[in-house]
Design a protein around this ligand. Structure first.
Ligand SMILES: NC(=O)c1ccc[n+]([C@@H]2O[C@H](COP(=O)([O-])OP(=O)(O)OC[C@H]3O[C@@H](n4cnc5c(N)ncnc54)[C@H](OP(=O)(O)O)[C@@H]3O)[C@@H](O)[C@H]2O)c1
Length: 208
């Protein structure tokens, strides 16, 4: 079975990505700054200690992987340095099929779309969190400039509700979809990996 590397595996979305990938029978390499935060144990799961921002552990985590998913995020700018570390490593991989970057609504061409989100705070996030959004834009740019088979998923607000199966992807000119559960997003990302859809594409993802 194919091998997937998941960055940000100790996070809330990351945990669901790991669980779904194992459920589907993949071998999973999970990067975490503190491996003790990954409670799941499975013969197909390898937890690797490292830091996406400095590049520590990245060689080991992407080794022999067919797919890589980044679900890293922080209230501190770190995604541009993380992509500067990661992208050149992915470009050297053989049999590599897809990189999925989990990004946020409000970056790139979705900036104007985010202003149409309901709620005074959510609609102004790119302005209220300017350094964070500048950092994520930089990360997207690094991926876009690469030769990689990538998909950038700009997610609406994430929730911890159960999966609904109602995932909606739209282009930047369409109205923004509603917030999405992490369970739905994880299921969507795993289904996307083996499809031919969305290669070298950037879409907004949320719920119907
Ligand atoms: N929350 C939302 O409403 C929302 C909306 C749209 C998009 N997103 C995006 O969706 C993704 C997941 O969101 P979430 O809310 O599930 O996030 P989360 O629970 O905060 O998880 C973030 C993950 O990133 C990891 N991380 C941060 N800095 C790192 C570094 N230097 N090296 C390695 N790992 C690092 C964290 O590791 P530690 O455990 O070590 O801290 C954690 O595993 C993020 O990319 C976020 O920007 C979130």
């Amino acid at each position: 079975m194919a091998r997937i590397a998941i960055l940000g595996a100790s996070g809330k979305l990351g945990e669901r990505l790991v669980n779904r990938a194992l459920e589907l029978g993949y071998s999973v390499n999970a990067l975490a700054r503190d491996p003790r935060r990954i409670k799941r144990q499975n013969e197909n799961l390898t937890v690797i200690s490292g830091d996406a921002e400095t590049g520590e552990g990245l060689d080991a985590v992407v080794d022999r992987c067919h797919f890589v998913i980044s679900a890293v995020g922080s209230l501190r700018p770190m995604m541009t340095p993380a992509m500067n570390q990661l992208v050149p490593k992915l470009e050297t991989l053989k049999r590599f099929e897809r990189f999925v970057l989990i990004s946020r609504l409000g970056t790139g061409e979705s900036l104007l779309q985010s202003a149409k989100v309901s709620g005074p705070v959510q609609s102004r996030l790119p302005v209220l969190l300017t350094p964070i959004f500048r950092d994520i834009n930089g990360a997207e740019q690094r991926v876009r400039q690469s030769a990689l088979p990538y998909t950038i998923l700009r997610s609406t607000r994430l929730t911890d509700d159960p999966a609904t199966g109602k995932v909606l992807t739209v282009g930047p000119a369409e109205p923004p979809p509603h917030r999405i559960t992490r369970a739905d997003l994880a299921n969507y990302v795993l289904a996307l990996l083996e499809s031919r859809d969305g290669l070298r594409a950037e879409v907004t993802v949320g719920s119907a």
